[in-house]
Design a protein around this ligand. Structure first.
Ligand SMILES: Nc1ncnc2c1ncn2[C@@H]1O[C@H](COP(=O)(O)OP(=O)(O)O)[C@@H](O)[C@H]1O
Ligand SMILES: [Mg+2]
Length: 363
């Protein structure tokens, strides 16, 4: 069953349309991540779902009920923000139970719910502490606990880990994943960080300028991006893109140029004329160092070598071009800046995009 349905959602601020017709189905129990660059409308869309913001037009259904005009407190959703907004003078237990106490829920029931949520989040030993006696990660856990005890149909998270340092972010990411596996409640999670999206999501929704670019599982988006925007947004380091054109030798099959090399492309391009301009996309992990004798390699000059330990990132450019592209090689690369090398693309991992940035066929 679908838990949340968005139908042609639009929202303007001061006459400027920010959300430009969003349609989306979210299944019960799904972990959905909204990802996109800063300012693309992720928080606005989440606030429209929560009811904190009134929608311009369209409709929202949650758990089979049209909630388009229903106030936030009655939508069965609970939101966790980037800033935890805990009350400093209250203990962890009091912070967590605040909403239930306001709603005059019986004391015994509140105690039971706080104890359960604290156990799931492993903060039972912190229940009597004040927020200032907690680390950033512990505070974020309390904020999540405050949501859990409201027993919502849908959790809404708006960049909950952005205020934490890198190591803690990774740890909390794992914990949020574990939490979802344990409680299995539908979650909608907003982030600008595509790694967070890839690692947490059952389903990723890529947003750009108030529109959905593509919806899919992490690996669907990685393997079959619908357009250049998604291709560049999903995957680190990002996909390299080269301006190229279609070459069809007399009686031969289609090729595209990659620097000084020509790469065969399959019948994806059968409908295109020779000379058609295309973008060729190759992920850093689909390029490797090859030999000069191999005609499918292109000559390039190394500009920078980043050694990350288990792998190295080579930043290189073709002769006569200043545009850098990245090659990801395993281990410690035995090349130096200034060196001329030969780069071999994996012909089965080529992405092609037309002049409008739309993917041509599938890789
Ligand atoms: N209350 C508001 N009034 C006017 N403009 C707003 C308001 N909320 C958001 N915006 C604008 O809408 C756009 C999208 O904002 P937001 O949803 O916060 O983006 P994101 O969360 O993806 O970074 C931005 O240009 C922002 O300035
Ligand atoms: Mg935001």
């Amino acid at each position: 069953m679908s838990e949340v349905t968005l139908k042609d959602i639009r929202k303007s601020f001061d006459g400027l349309e920010i959300i430009k017709g969003v349609n989306l189905e979210i299944e019960t129990g799904e972990f959905v991540v909204f990802v996109g660059p800063s300012g693309c409308g992720k928080s606005t869309l989440l606030r429209l779902i929560s009811g904190l913001e009134d929608i311009g037009s369209g409709s929202i259904t949650i758990a089979g009920r049209d909630v388009t005009r229903v106030p936030p407190s009655q939508r069965g959703v609970s939101m966790v923000f980037q800033s935890y907004a805990l009350f400093p003078h209250m203990s962890v237990a009091q912070n967590m139970s605040f909403g239930l106490r306001l709603a005059k829920v019986p004391k015994k029931e509140i105690e039971r719910k706080v104890a359960e949520a604290a156990e799931v989040l492993q903060i039972t030993h912190l229940l009597d502490r004040k927020p200032k006696q907690l680390s950033g990660g512990q505070r974020q856990r309390v904020a999540i606990g405050r949501s859990i005890i409201r027993n919502p149909n849908v959790f809404l998270f708006d960049e909950p880990l952005s205020n934490l340092d890198a190591a803690l972010r990774v740890q909390m990411r794992v914990e949020i994943s574990r939490l979802h596996q344990e409680i299995k409640t539908t979650m909608i999670y907003v982030t600008h960080d595509q790694v967070e999206a890839m690692t947490l999501a059952d389903k990723i929704v890529v947003l750009n300028e108030g529109r959905i670019e593509q919806v899919g599982t992490p690996m669907e988006l990685y393997r079959r991006p619908a357009n250049r925007f998604v291709a560049e947004f999903i995957g680190t380091p990002k996909m390299n893109l080269f301006d190229t054109e279609l070459v069809v030798p007399q009686g031969g099959s289609a090729l595209v140029s990659f620097g000084s090399a020509l790469i065969p492309v399959d019948d994806r391009v059968a409908h295109l004329q020779p000379g058609a301009s295309l973008s060729l996309g190759l992920r850093p992990e689909n390029l490797e160092l090859g030999s000069a004798a191999d005609p499918t390699t292109a000559e390039a000059r190394i500009e920078l070598v980043e050694k990350l330990g288990g792998e190295s990132m080579l930043h290189a450019h073709f002769p006569g071009s200043k545009d850098l592209f990245v090659v990801n090689v395993a281990g410690e690369a035995a090349v130096r800046p200034g060196e001329t090398v030969h780069i071999k693309p994996d012909p089965d991992a080529c992405y092609l995009f037309d002049g409008n940035g739309r993917a041509i066929g599938q890789s």
